[in-house]
Design a protein around this ligand. Structure first.
Ligand SMILES: Cc1ncc(COP(=O)(O)O)c(C=O)c1O
Length: 349
């Protein structure tokens, strides 16, 4: 079976992890600080705080914006439940909106319609490696939390995503663009926000008491992150090369493809295609031919929450007929060609 996702880990990570283990310093320490600086420099932001997951990062980002019960936070329906959980941790009301079916990103018109005087933030995930319409969203005058879990290295008008919003959050889960097994990072240019999240992620050795968390990263994770960060340009170009192969081979297939977009560099965290066929049927057919294709979002949020389905036409449409094919740096061209052949066969059979 060709797996849907796979982390790229080699002797470099293993060697570094070995030396950290031998050092006896495995909790949060110097390496976490180095990794924070490394990502901040790479993205172009002043302050970085490492945490133990993207979800923890989103939670702290919302708390830093003083979001609480009675406030409203806008998020898209077509995203994983981590985003919904983070809002629910704060007690705020979640406003779920539809997406743009072309980019799979949050629909700026739907966001505009959902705004009220209680809206305190918009969480904007850059879906599958492609930047959302940041310029338009930022103009709405509500703080934007960029969710960069799927899009390290993607750019918008030549600038790294993660450097536009008041806060940006990253995830380093096993299958992400770069991994620390589990982990996350919060970036900001605002010193107060940075101090706030840094204080909240660690409960120990504090002069006062208030509710804090244990959301810390550890130096084993940071060591992995440092090695992975060095390889990110290479990871991105390999993903783009595979996407180019797919785009070329599927050009006349009738599939709707994630083609390059002007002013946005796509990093192809996922290679997501839409067809006339049912996604469930295609996934099953491909699995039978040894290819682990998947629906890229397990279930839209409005379906979990039983919100009125007709308010989410694009999410419904996309969910029905969209699948994600294997794409990752270690996928060989030979395997990519095999995936192309089987996919072309599956859509006509
Ligand atoms: C868009 C998005 N945001 C947040 C998260 C949560 O990240 P984590 O799994 O590190 O908590 C994910 C999931 O992986 C995600 O895809």
């Amino acid at each position: 079976m060709i797996p849907h996702s796979k982390p790229s880990i080699n002797f470099r990570e293993i060697k570094f992890l070995n030396s950290v283990l031998k050092s006896g310093f495995i909790a949060e320490g110097k390496l976490t600080g180095k990794f924070e600086q490394g990502l901040a420099d790479f993205i172009g932001m002043r302050f970085a705080t490492a945490v133990n997951s993207g979800t923890s990062g989103l939670h702290l980002a919302l708390l830093a914006l003083k979001i609480r019960k009675g406030d409203e936070v806008i998020i898209p329906s077509y995203v994983c439940t981590a985003v919904l959980n983070a809002v629910n941790y704060t007690g705020a009301t979640v406003k779920i909106v539809d997406i743009d079916p072309e980019s799979f990103n949050i629909c700026r018109f739907a966001v505009k319609e959902a705004l009220t005087n209680k809206t305190k933030a918009i969480i904007v995930p850059h879906m599958f490696g492609l930047a959302a319409d940041l310029r338009e969203l930022l103009k709405l005058g509500v703080p934007v939390i960029e969710d960069c879990a799927m899009a390290v290295g993607a750019t918008y008008k030549g600038q790294n995503i993660g450097s536009f919003g008041v806060i940006s959050v990253f995830s380093f889960y096993a299958t992400k663009m770069l991994t620390t097994a589990e982990g996350g990072m919060i970036l900001t240019n605002d010193k107060k926000v940075s101090d706030f999240v840094r204080d909240l992620k660690d409960y120990d050795n504090k002069p006062d008491y208030h509710l804090r968390f244990n959301y810390k990263m550890n130096d084993l994770a940071a060591a992995m992150g440092l090695e992975q960060l060095k390889k990110i340009p290479e990871f991105i170009s390999r993903r783009q090369r595979i996407a180019k192969m797919y785009n070329k081979s599927f050009a006349d297939s009738g599939l709707i493809l994630p083609l390059p977009v002007q002013n946005k560099e796509h990093v192809y965290f996922r290679y997501v295609i839409r067809s006339k066929n049912s996604a469930d049927v295609l996934v099953e057919k491909l699995q039978k031919s040894g290819i682990e294709a998947k629906k890229p979002v397990f279930r839209p949020l409005h379906q979990y929450l039983r919100f009125k389905s007709s308010d989410f036409p694009s999410t419904n449409e996309v969910f029905k007929n969209t699948i994600s094919l294997p794409i990752y740096p270690e996928l060989s061209s030979q395997k990519a060609r095999h995936i192309i052949t089987k996919t072309l066969k599956a859509i006509v059979d």
